[in-house]
Design a protein around this ligand. Structure first.
Ligand code: THG
Length: 808
């Protein structure tokens, strides 16, 4: 058997056949009758036309199945059998010397939200048709004359489910776009993301006009291209019938241009016949394929109406972060009630601010993401053309959203945790969805660049072994908070540079993580953005409402020579005035360790804790002890008031997380020295005990660790169970330790539901007198109440207050 893949891979140009409609009418097809049903009843005319095309030099015959889907044929016809029979007919004509391309035309129906069909139904319809074609002996599955990107994608997805024949789609463009708004370039971007074996354009106009369509694809074309023009533009003849008048020689001369531009295949569409193909063949047969060299290798996100390239020298892309329940009460409440207004408002607001891509995250308590996420995606793609970034840690929700999206969305994300790549990678490959590769694996966040790169390379290897193309990967450089991991920002920069330069991959970043716990976050975020862009960052998830970020982005694009003649910058910032406010007065900022001045401290011990003077504290405490101070009064009268002052500074936003941690650690160092002495005194025996844990499934423990530290500083005996702790272990520990307080932490919307399990289990096991306090970025008062917690806190300082209140 001949293998069409050989043709796809050789160095030559090749020839398809031409139009069938007019020729079949000349051979008895009644006007208004479906050519497919005609062919089923009277195969001979169809067979004849196939043979005429072979004789004219066609190497690939297209089957008489264009309108052969069950939706097009109607319920009475056996679509499978018709397609099988028509493919068998073409096979009979082709024998072993030519190839059979199964023609799969539009169904005549739109899928949601444009029409009534679901995308799944569309795929099922095509699967039935394609099965018939495969059994009839097709060599290639070829979608033809498609005008909707979703339907074009459905052909590819259906073909891949049914067979492993090569598959291609030909789209028709009316002027600059397809009927539902897709540009040629973004059509091929989408098809190439899906790994289509062939891309094509046909119909709508003559070869002169189609050359323009081909030119607009060239920037990123790397897949074999097939072009089939009409015999010129349609004209009305004297009887009011449409005719195509371009003769074979002119058609051939003009179509030869397709080969010069880089097409591998040419043929004909409406109004062409064997003479056109013969003329084209005799003019161009034996030519070498002018293999297209794409100018840029960006990863492209697409929708019906837009394409957004990431990397490949394109301007960095801001992915609007705001459709995300974090910190948004109204959005959460609406999502829980199945409403979309707030999400849609956030979408249009971000689009107006210029966000070229929107992140969509609906992960919140009491929201079923597998329903809510695809539902919102459907509405968004119906209203806006902005490509989406599907952000969920729930693989089933991601899969459902992919079924609802008519292009190439960005899947956010695939982590290095076991099973994730195997589950989501092939899905992304099948749907042609670029994905964010998140270099997180197991419980420990990788801090150094070397650790991150090791995970990235391992994940890329796994992707390759699963047949998931590396070109779909967009690496998350992982912004960790500098306030708790000061070395992490540099590691992010190194990771971005390595991925860009050594691995040739596009990158992204959840920018705002970097500044968590610090003041002037926008200042840090925008400065870090500039650094990251310099290291090659291709995209970032952020709030497009931040003027400072937009300014940093616009300025960086000029400095990185990606804004020709500074055109965009000048257009946006010619009238720019620096933000008001001026510089803060010197020395007025409340900086830990600073502001010591020349005035001696009233109490050096107190001051050392407030300033976080970790390396001085031991000596100071020892000096006090040497002077005869009581250990207990040192703690109660001087150290505890000092840490209280730190807490107050934190609440007044004079202090931020780094100062809080530094002071807490200073106090702990003092305690280490004092602890044996206090125990000798008999103090500390009746310290209140608290069991602390980050719940099962959640590996974030920075917040919980800070709360533990602060609780210890305030005289609590803390039993820290760590992170990813099952409910059973927490309950067991509370019982064994006789703790009357349990503190639970969860950072993610997906894991905060585990808190409820723990509370239920405590009750079930009769530990009714144990109080439970909860915390974490996404935890709210309402949630705490809903699950029966006794309180919730937003930060370590309020957690201590809450713990004290609950223990009284
Ligand atoms: N990497 C990847 N995906 C990500 C992240 C990442 N997705 C989620 C997150 N990080 C990026 N998105 C957000 C969304 C919201 C906020 C921060 C990051 C946020 N919200 C404010 C709050 O919490 O108060 C609300 C501000 C507002 O009103 O907009 O901070 O790292 N791959």
């Amino acid at each position: 058997m001949p293998d069409f893949r050989k043709l796809l891979n050789d160095d030559k140009v090749h020839f398809f056949d031409g139009g069938y409609g007019t020729l079949l009418q000349q051979r008895g097809l009644p006007a208004g009758m479906s050519p497919e049903l005609f062919g089923l009843k009277t195969p001979d005319p169809v067979l004849q036309v196939h043979r005429d095309y072979l004789a004219a030099g066609a190497e690939i015959l297209t089957t008489n199945t264009f309108g052969g889907s069950r939706l097009k044929l109607g319920l009475d016809a056996d679509a499978y059998e018709l397609n099988r029979a028509m493919c068998a007919l073409a096979r009979k004509a082709a024998g072993d010397n030519a190839f059979v391309a199964a023609s799969i035309g539009p169904t005549g129906h739109f899928c949601e939200p444009l029409g009534e069909l679901t995308f799944r139904e569309l795929v099922e319809v095509f699967k039935q048709q394609i099965k018939g074609c495969v059994d009839g002996g097709a060599d290639l599955i070829l979608g033809e004359t498609h005008f909707d990107l979703a339907e074009a994608r459905a052909v590819v997805i259906a073909a891949r489910e049914v067979c492993d024949l090569p598959v291609g789609v030909s789209m028709t463009f009316e002027g600059a776009n397809s009927l539902t708004g897709t540009a040629p370039l973004h059509f091929i971007d989408t098809m190439q993301n899906m790994g289509a074996d062939l891309v094509a354009t046909n119909c709508s106009a003559g070869p002169e006009q189609l050359a323009g369509v081909v030119e607009s694809m060239l920037r990123r074309l790397s897949t074999p291209l097939y072009v089939a023009a009409n015999a010129g533009l349609p004209e009305l003849d004297a009887d009011g019938k449409t005719v195509f008048r371009l003769g074979p020689d002119v058609f051939a001369e003009q179509s030869a241009r397709f080969f010069e531009l880089g097409a591998k295949f040419a043929g004909g569409c409406c109004g062409t016949g064997p003479d056109h193909i013969r003329a084209l063949h005799s003019r161009c047969a034996g030519r070498a394929w002018n293999r297209p060299e794409p100018e840029d290798r960006a990863v492209v996100l697409t929708s019906r109406g837009a394409g957004v390239p990431l990397g490949g020298g394109h301007p960095a892309v801001l992915i609007g972060e705001r459709i995300n329940p974090t910190g948004k009460q109204q959005l959460i409440a609406e999502l829980q009630q199945g409403l979309q207004d707030e999400a849609l408002r956030l979408a249009s607001e971000q689009i107006e601010l210029g966000a070229p891509v929107l992140d969509v995250n609906v992960g919140a308590a009491m929201v079923d993401e597998t329903v809510t996420l695809p539902g919102l995606v459907k509405t968004l793609v119906g209203r806006f053309t902005t490509p989406l970034c599907i952000d969920s840690s729930n693989p089933a929700a991601v899969a459902e959203a992919l079924w609802s999206y008519p292009g190439s969305p960005l899947v956010n994300s695939i982590s290095g945790d076991p099973g994730r790549m195997a589950e989501l990678g092939p899905l992304c490959a099948r749907f042609g969805a670029p994905f964010i590769l998140l270099p997180i694996k197991g419980r420990k966040l990788p801090v150094t660049a070397a650790e991150r790169i090791a995970i990235i390379e391992e994940m890329l290897d796994e992707a390759e072994s699963l047949g998931v193309p590396r070109r779909l990967a967009v690496v998350d450089g992982l912004a960790l908070t500098v306030s708790s991991k000061p070395e992490a920002a540099r590691a992010t920069l190194e990771t971005i540079r390595y991925c860009t330069e050594k691995l040739g991959l596009a990158t992204t970043l959840g920018l705002s993580n970097i500044s968590f716990g610090l003041p002037a976050r926008e200042l840090l975020n925008s400065t870090f953005l500039g650094m990251c862009l310099c290291s090659g960052l291709a995209s970032f998830i952020a709030n497009p409402g931040s003027a400072r970020l937009r300014e940093a982005l616009a300025a960086s694009e000029v400095l990185l020579n990606r804004d020709p003649q500074a055109g965009r910058f000048i257009a946006g910032y010619a009238e720019w005035k620096p933000a008001g406010g001026g510089a803060p007065a010197a020395g007025s900022a409340g900086s830990a360790g600073g502001g010591a001045g020349s005035v001696p401290d009233a109490d050096p011990l107190h001051a050392a804790v407030v300033r976080g003077e970790l390396n001085r504290i031991t000596a100071l405490v020892q000096a006090e002890l040497d002077k005869g101070a009581e250990p207990f009064s040192l703690v109660d009268g001087r150290l505890i008031p000092a840490i209280m002052e730190v807490g107050e500074k934190y609440e007044r936003k004079e202090y931020f997380l780094p100062q809080l941690i530094q002071s807490a650690e200073t106090l702990q160092t003092a305690f280490k020295l004092l602890k044996p002495l206090l125990e000798k005194d008999g103090a500390g025996k009746d310290k209140p005990r608290v069991v602390m844990a980050t719940v099962e499934g959640d590996i974030h423990d920075i917040g919980k660790n800070i709360v533990c530290l602060m609780l210890r500083n305030h005289g609590f005996e803390v039993v820290d169970l760590g992170k990813d702790v099952p409910a059973e272990r927490i309950v067991e520990a509370a019982r064994a330790e006789g703790a009357k307080l349990v503190g639970l932490s969860a950072l993610m919307t997906t894991t905060m539901v585990r808190m409820e399990d723990t509370i239920k289990l405590l009750k079930e096991q009769g530990l009714d007198d144990v109080r439970v306090m909860i915390g974490g970025a996404v935890v709210t008062e309402a949630f705490a109440e809903a699950i029966g917690a006794h309180g919730f806190s937003t930060d370590a300082v309020s957690a201590v207050k809450l713990a004290k209140r609950l223990m009284n």
